[in-house]
Design a protein around this ligand. Structure first.
Ligand SMILES: Nc1nc2c(c(=O)[nH]1)N[C@H]1C(S)=C(S)[C@@H](COP(=O)(O)OP(=O)(O)OC[C@H]3O[C@@H](n4cnc5c(=O)[nH]c(N)nc54)[C@H](O)[C@@H]3O)O[C@H]1N2
Ligand SMILES: Nc1nc2c(c(=O)[nH]1)N[C@H]1C(S)=C(S)[C@@H](COP(=O)(O)OP(=O)(O)OC[C@H]3O[C@@H](n4cnc5c(=O)[nH]c(N)nc54)[C@H](O)[C@@H]3O)O[C@H]1N2
Ligand code: SF4
Ligand SMILES: [Mo]
Length: 668
C-alpha cells in the first residue's frame, strides 16, 4: 500500500497540543511531523515527538494482558487472554466489595493521554461502582486557585498576544522544554525590540532566549512580586485611573506593602540585590505592554497558591490587564467547550464516597483503614514514579493483600507492581477529541493505525469491565465515537461558529474567544487584589517549607522526556545522559565531590543515587534533578520522588514537588 498522510494530535500533557501529520504505510506509522495548518503550533514539533512512531511501534510496547508470576516489583509475568484478565479482575473486585465495600477500590489516573474521552473514560465506571474518588491535584491546582483569587473566571489572553509586548517576563517557565510554541512569538517580539526576562531558580535552557535572567531563592517569588509593588508605589509608577476603576482593595494592599516589603527585606528573602530590584520595578513600571508568562513550578510549594496570587496581582498596579500584549498568562481554560457531565456521569454516584488526594497515595496505601485500599486500578499514569514519597508508595504497592491492575503501554515502575497488566493503545490507535491548556484550539482524532498487538483503549477496557460487573446502563455500551458525537451535539458558546468542516477533516479549529463582559469575571467585576471571600483577604508573603537540610531540590522537567513518559526511547534517554543531580561548583567543593561521581541525595524521606553534574548554571544552595526516570534506568534503587514529600499546597491541595530540602554525599 502506498503511504498515506493522516492527521492526529500529540496526546501528551503539554500545553501545546500540537497538530500531527502521520505517514502511514502498511498499517504502521512510519513518520510523524508537525501539521503546518495548525493555527497555533504551525508545523513544528518538539524533539520528543518528531519520532513518535518509535514510541508507538517500540519493541517495548505491551501487547497482551499479563498475570503476575513473581514477587511484586520483579516484573515477572505470564501472558493471559483478555477474557481471563477481565474475569479475574471482576471476581477479585466482587470479593473486595463483599468484604470491605466498593470504597476499598481506588482508581489512579492522570494525564498519560489528554484526549477528553480516553482521559476521563474511568469516571463513569468508578462512579457507578462506588469506588473511592481520586482528588487529581498533582499538577497545577494551586496555580489555578491563585489566579482565581484575583481574577475569578477571567479568561487568559490569546497566546499570540505576546507578539505585541515590549517586556516579556518568563516567570518560572522553562518554555524551551515545556511550552516551545510560545518561543516564536517571544522571539518575534524581541526582534521588534521587546526585552525578555527569565525569573528562575537556576539557569534552564530557556535562559538562552532571555535578555536577562534573574535567579531567585526557591519559593521566594511572592516576596518579589510584593517588593516590586512596593517600589512601583514608591516610584509613583502606578496607573491611578485603572486602580480606581478596575481594582478592588489597592488602598488596603498599599497599607501592607509599604511597611512590609521594602527592597532591603525583599533582597534578603529573594537573594536579588536592591539595585536590581529597583531596576526591575522601573523597567516593569515603564514598559508599555509588559506580559508575564507564568509557569507552574513556583506553585508547587507549600506557599504556592499565595505566590501565584501575589504575582497575578502585580500587573493590576500598572493597568496592564486588558491591554493587548500585556497582563499575565497563566493557563487557558476551555472546559466549558463540552458538557462534561455527558462523560463524567456523577449522577451514577449513589453515595458520596471518600476522596483520596493523589499526592498522598503513599499514606492511602499504607495507613487507611475502614476500609483499607484493597484494590488499585492505575490507567494512563505512573504513580510509582511520579507521585511524591516514592518509598511509601512502593511499600504500599508491595503489599501482598493489595490487588493492583495497571493499564499501560509499557512496563513502567507501576506496571511492575501489578497483579494484572493490561496493554493500552497509543493515541494513534484511538478516537478522541482534544482541547489545550496553552491555546484556544480543539481537534478531533480517529485511529490512524490498528491497535498494536492486543492493546485496547481506556474506553474499550471500561466497557469490558462494566459488562463483567453487570452494569447494564446503555451508557457503557456506547463506542468512544458515539460519545464524541454526543459531546459535539450539545451546543456551547465557545464552539459557536467553529469551522465544522475542518473539524470533521481532522484539522485543529480555533474557538471564538470568550467575550470579556463584564471586563473581569469576579464577584465584584473588578480585579480583586482584596478578596473578601478568602481567609486571607490580601496577598502577603508566606515562606516555603523550612527543611532541615541545606540544599533546595528542584525536580524539574527534562527537555527529552515528559514526566515519566519517553523513557522507553533509547535515543532520548541517551540525550539526557545519566540520571544526574546538578550542583554548583561551590557546593561540590565544600563536600569534596567531583563531576561524574556517584553520589546520593538524602533527607528524612529517603535517599537517591545520582551521577553528579557540576555546573555554574545552578546557584549555591540549590540542586537540580531533571526528569522522572524509570527505576530500570536509575543508577540506584530509587528515583527523584523518594525525596519529595506528600505535603500539600496552602490552597488547592496541590503537590509540593519543588519544596524539599536535601543534603548530598559521595557514594562509598
Ligand atoms: N519537556 C517536557 N515538557 C513538559 C513536561 C516535561 O516533563 N518535560 N511536563 C508537562 C507538564 S505535566 C507540565 S505541568 C508542564 C510543566 O511546566 P510548568 O508547569 O511550567 O512547570 P515546571 O516546568 O515544573 O516549572 C517551571 C520552572 O519553574 C522553576 N521553578 C521552580 N521553583 C521556582 C521558584 O521558586 N521560583 C521560580 N521563579 N521558578 C521556580 C523550575 O526550575 C522550572 O524550570 O510541562 C509539560 N511539558
Ligand atoms: N519529580 C517530579 N515528579 C513529577 C513531576 C516533575 O516534574 N518532577 N511532574 C508532576 C506533574 S506536573 C504531573 S502532571 C505528573 C504526571 O504524572 P502522570 O500523568 O502519571 O504522567 P506520566 O509519567 O507521563 O505517565 C503517564 C503514563 O500513561 C501511559 N499512557 C499513555 N497513553 C495512555 C493511554 O491512552 N492509556 C493508558 N492506559 N495509558 C497510557 C504512558 O505510557 C505513561 O506511562 O507527574 C508529577 N510528578
Ligand atoms: S510534547 Fe508538546 S511540544 Fe512536543 S509535540 Fe507534544 S504538544 Fe507539541
Ligand atoms: Mo503537570
Amino acid at each position: 500500500m502506498p503511504a498515506e498522510i493522516k492527521r492526529s494530535v500529540c496526546p501528551y500533557d503539554c500545553p501545546d497540543a500540537c497538530g500531527l501529520l502521520v505517514e502511514v504505510e502498511d498499517d504502521r506509522a512510519v513518520s510523524v511531523s508537525g501539521d503546518p495548518e495548525h493555527p497555533y503550533t504551525r508545523g513544528f514539533l518538539c524533539a520528543k515527538m518528531n519520532r513518535y512512531q518509535q514510541t508507538v511501534h517500540s519493541p517495548r510496547r505491551l501487547t497482551e494482558p499479563l498475570l503476575r508470576t513473581g514477587a511484586k516489583g520483579s516484573g515477572e509475568f505470564r501472558p493471559i487472554s483478555w477474557d481471563e484478565a477481565i474475569a479475574r479482575i471482576a471476581a477479585r473486585w466482587r470479593k473486595i466489595i463483599d468484604q470491605h465495600g466498593a470504597e476499598a477500590i481506588l482508581p489512579y489516573s492522570y494525564a498519560g493521554t489528554m484526549g477528553t474521552v480516553q482521559r476521563n473514560a474511568g469516571h463513569p465506571f468508578f462512579h457507578r461502582l462506588g469506588a473511592s474518588l481520586l482528588e487529581r491535584t498533582i499538577c497545577a491546582s494551586a496555580k489555578g486557585v491563585g489566579w482565581e483569587a484575583v481574577m475569578g473566571d477571567s479568561p487568559a489572553p490569546h497566546p499570540d498576544q505576546v507578539y505585541q509586548s515590549d517586556l516579556v517576563i518568563l516567570w518560572g517557565s522553562n518554555a524551551a522544554a515545556t511550552n516551545i510554541h510560545t518561543l516564536p512569538g517571544i522571539k518575534a517580539a524581541q526582534k521588534k525590540g521587546a526585552e525578555v526576562w527569565l525569573i528562575e531558580t537556576y539557569e534552564t535552557p530557556t535562559a538562552a532566549v532571555a535578555d536577562q535572567t534573574f535567579l531567585v531563592k526557591p519559593g521566594s517569588d511572592g516576596a518579589l512580586a510584593l517588593g516590586l509593588m512596593h517600589l512601583l508605589v514608591r516610584e509613583n509608577l502606578l496607573d491611578d485611573n485603572f486602580l480606581a476603576q478596575q481594582v478592588q482593595g489597592f488602598a488596603e494592599l498599599q497599607q501592607q506593602i509599604l511597611p512590609g516589603y521594602p527592597p532591603e527585606e525583599v533582597s534578603r528573602i529573594t537573594g536579588l540585590p536592591v539595585a536590581l530590584l529597583e531596576q526591575m520595578a522601573a523597567d516593569y513600571g515603564r514598559a508599555a505592554a509588559p506580559y508575564i508568562i507564568l509557569g507552574s513550578g513556583l506553585s508547587r510549594y507549600t506557599n504556592g497558591a499565595m505566590t501565584v496570587r501575589s504575582i497575578v496581582a502585580l500587573p493590576a498596579l500598572i493597568g496592564a490587564y486588558g491591554k493587548p500584549g500585556a497582563g499575565c498568562f497563566c493557563s487557558i481554560s476551555t472546559g466549558a467547550a463540552f458538557n462534561m457531565e455527558t462523560l463524567l456521569r456523577e449522577d451514577f454516584l449513589t453515595s458520596k464516597p471518600r476522596s483520596i488526594n493523589m499526592n498522598q497515595l503513599g499514606n492511602a496505601l499504607n495507613q487507611l483503614n475502614d476500609p483499607p485500599v484493597a484494590g488499585l486500578y492505575v490507567y494512563h499514569a505512573n504513580p510509582a514514579a511520579v507521585t511524591p514519597d516514592q518509598n511509601l508508595v512502593l511499600a504500599g504497592l508491595a503489599r501482598e493483600d493489595l490487588f493492583t491492575v495497571v493499564h499501560e503501554r509499557f512496563m513502567t515502575d507501576s506496571a511492575r507492581y501489578a497483579d494484572i497488566v493490561l496493554p493500552a493503545c497509543s493515541s494513534l490507535e484511538t478516537s478522541d477529541i482534544y482541547r489545550s491548556y496553552g491555546h484556544y484550539c480543539m481537534q478531533r482524532t480517529w485511529p490512524v493505525i490498528p491497535a498494536v498487538g492486543q492493546s485496547k483503549s481506556n474506553w474499550q477496557v471500561f466497557a469490558l469491565l462494566a459488562e463483567a460487573m453487570g452494569f447494564d446502563e446503555p451508557f457503557f455500551k456506547q463506542s468512544a465515537e458515539e460519545l464524541i458525537e454526543q459531546l459535539l451535539a450539545t451546543p456551547s458558546p465557545l464552539r459557536k461558529g467553529i469551522d465544522r468542516a475542518a473539524l470533521a477533516a481532522g484539522k485543529a479549529v480555533e474557538f471564538s474567544l470568550p467575550e470579556n463582559n463584564p471586563r473581569f469575571a469576579t464577584p465584584s467585576g473588578k480585579i480583586e487584589i482584596l478578596n473578601p471571600q478568602l481567609a486571607e483577604p490580601l496577598p502577603r508573603y508566606l515562606p516555603p517549607h523550612q527543611g532541615n537540610y541545606p540544599l533546595r531540590l528542584m525536580t524539574a522537567p527534562s527537555l527529552h522526556a515528559l514526566n515519566s513518559t519517553f523513557y522507553e526511547r533509547d535515543e532520548l534517554r541517551e540525550k539526557q545522559g545519566a540520571m544526574s543531580l546538578q550542583m554548583s561548583p561551590q557546593d561540590a567543593r565544600q563536600r569534596g565531590l567531583s563531576a561524574g561521581q556517584s553520589i546520593y541525595a538524602f533527607n528524612e524521606l529517603g535517599e537517591v543515587t545520582f551521577i553528579l553534574q557540576i555546573t555554574k548554571k545552578v546557584p549555591s544552595g540549590v540542586v537540580v534533578a531533571e526528569g522522572v526516570w524509570w527505576l530500570e534506568f536509575a543508577p540506584g534503587k530509587r528515583s527523584v520522588n523518594a525525596l519529595t514529600s506528600q505535603r500539600l499546597t496552602d490552597r488547592g491541595n496541590g503537590s509540593t514537588f519543588y519544596d524539599n530540602c536535601v543534603d548530598v554525599r559521595a557514594r562509598e
